[in-house]
Design a protein around this ligand. Structure first.
Ligand code: G3P
Length: 218
């Protein structure tokens, strides 16, 4: 399972990239706004920190403007994945960009039919929003499972299922259990994944016993 970090905060990305667990980054207009940075500058900086796919989302809603913006973003660095919303114009843009060899992440996916359209449009990634479905009482992980199962029936589909809108570590566990290719998570969720009280307790006990030996390894 690939881990992407869902943020435009460069300090967080730099810190977590050092763990060796970060395979890519996703951003969206809200995350860019929260960063207070200009999109072209912050995406270029993120791309220079993380060699994997870095999603940068267009802001236009019509095909011509989306295509222009997508090409501008793709031209920043070779590891930019252009993000487009799951709309008719977004999928038309996805097809045009992917035909040109540009990786596209189709976002704001909330149904299996939408995911089938994204795959037919040549998306490199489709981003079903798990947390936002859970927020309204629908099961976001069930959608991930359904998309994974449907894609498995069509080997020519090259689209990876990127579980997004992750709220807590259990979403990662559940997305992995149903075969999501990627999960994009807030920095805090990756840090939470390491935590277990029995690990802390066990390590403390090992270190206390080791101290009693008076030994050193080097
Ligand atoms: O990548 C999409 C993600 O940022 C959306 O998450 O928490 O706004 O639903 P959230």
């Amino acid at each position: 399972m690939k881990f992407f970090i869902d943020t435009a905060e460069v300090s967080e990305i730099r810190d977590l990239a050092a763990t060796g667990m970060v395979d890519g980054v996703t951003t969206n207009p809200s995350l860019i706004a929260r960063s207070g940075r200009r999109i072209l500058d912050v995406i270029a900086e993120i791309c220079d920190i993380v060699p994997g796919p870095v999603s940068a989302e267009v802001a236009a809603t019509d095909f011509d403007a989306m295509l222009t913006e997508g090409r501008k973003l793709a031209g920043l660095r070779s590891n930019v994945a252009v993000k487009v919303p799951l709309t008719p114009a977004g999928l038309r843009t996805c097809k045009a960009l992917s035909d040109d060899g540009v990786k596209v992440n189709v976002t704001l996916c909330f149904s299996t039919n939408q995911a089938i359209l994204a795959a037919k449009a040549g998306a490199a990634f489709v981003s079903p929003f798990v947390g936002r479905l859970d927020d309204i009482g629908q099961d976001g992980i069930d959608l991930i499972a359904d998309i994974v199962n449907v894609y498995r029936e069509y080997p020519l589909f090259r689209t990876e299922v990127l579980a997004a809108s992750i709220r807590h570590p259990m979403h990662i566990t559940e997305a992995a259990r149903v075969g999501a290719h990627v999960a994009t998570m807030p920095p805090a969720v990756l840090r939470q994944m390491y935590q277990h009280p029995l690990t802390d307790k066990g390590l403390a006990a090992f270190l206390a016993d080791w101290a009693k030996t008076g030994q050193s390894i080097v």
